[in-house]
Design a binder for this molecule. Structure first.
Ligand SMILES: [Fe+2]
Ligand SMILES: [Fe+2]
Length: 176
C-alpha cells in the first residue's frame, strides 16, 4: 500500500462520531476552564489557560459547528424518523451555534488580552460573559450528547459515516 493510500484509509478507519464525541468532551473541559477563569477574576489570572481557551473559542468551536451544521445534522435529518422528533431539536441547536460563535469571539478577544499579560478593562463584565457562555454551552453539549449522538450512532449508515468523515477532513484542510 502506498503512503497516500494508507493515509486515506486511516481517515476513514476512524468513526467520525468518535471525533465529534471527543470534541464534546474537550468542550466540557473548556467550560470548566472558563469557570476557573471567572472564579479567579479580577486578580488570580492563569494567563496560559486564558490563551488556550481563547484559541479553542476562536478556532475549534467554529470548526465543530461547521461539522455539525453542514455534515452531521443534514445526514441525520435524512435518516431520522418522524418519531425521533429530531427536526426541531436540530433547528434549535443550529440557532444556538450562530449566537454562541459570535459570543465566543467576543470572549476570546477579552481572554487574549489576559493571555498576553494585560488587564481586563471590565472584569465584572468579563465574569458575567464567561458564566453566561459556559452555562449555556454545557447545556448545548449535554443535549447533543443525550439526544443527537445516540440517534446518530443508531441511524447513520456506513456510507453516511464515510461521507461525514470525508466532509470533516475537507473542513480541516480548508481551515489550514
Ligand atoms: Fe452543537
Ligand atoms: Fe457539538
Amino acid at each position: 500500500m502506498t503512503a497516500s493510500a494508507s493515509g486515506e484509509r486511516s481517515s476513514f478507519a476512524r468513526n467520525p462520531l468518535d471525533l465529534i464525541a471527543h470534541a464534546h468532551a474537550h468542550q466540557m473541559q473548556m467550560c470548566d476552564a472558563m469557570e476557573r477563569i471567572a472564579d479567579g477574576l479580577p486578580d488570580e489570572i492563569d494567563r496560559r489557560l486564558c490563551a488556550q481557551v481563547a484559541s479553542c473559542l476562536l478556532f475549534d468551536l467554529p470548526l465543530h459547528h461547521h461539522d455539525e451544521e453542514t455534515a452531521l445534522f443534514p445526514l441525520l435529518r435524512q435518516r431520522s424518523l418522524a418519531e425521533d422528533g429530531l427536526s426541531e431539536i436540530l433547528d434549535r441547536l443550529a440557532s444556538e451555534h450562530s449566537a454562541d460563535t459570535d459570543f465566543a469571539s467576543e470572549i476570546a478577544e477579552a481572554l487574549d488580552v489576559l493571555g498576553q499579560g494585560g488587564r481586563s478593562a471590565n472584569p465584572d463584565m468579563l465574569g458575567y460573559m464567561l458564566r453566561g457562555f459556559f452555562e449555556r454551552y454545557r447545556r448545548h453539549v449535554h443535549w447533543e450528547n443525550t439526544l443527537v449522538m445516540p440517534l446518530a450512532r443508531l441511524r447513520l449508515t456506513p456510507d453516511d459515516l464515510e461521507g461525514l468523515a470525508a466532509m470533516m477532513d475537507q473542513h480541516r484542510r480548508q481551515a489550514d
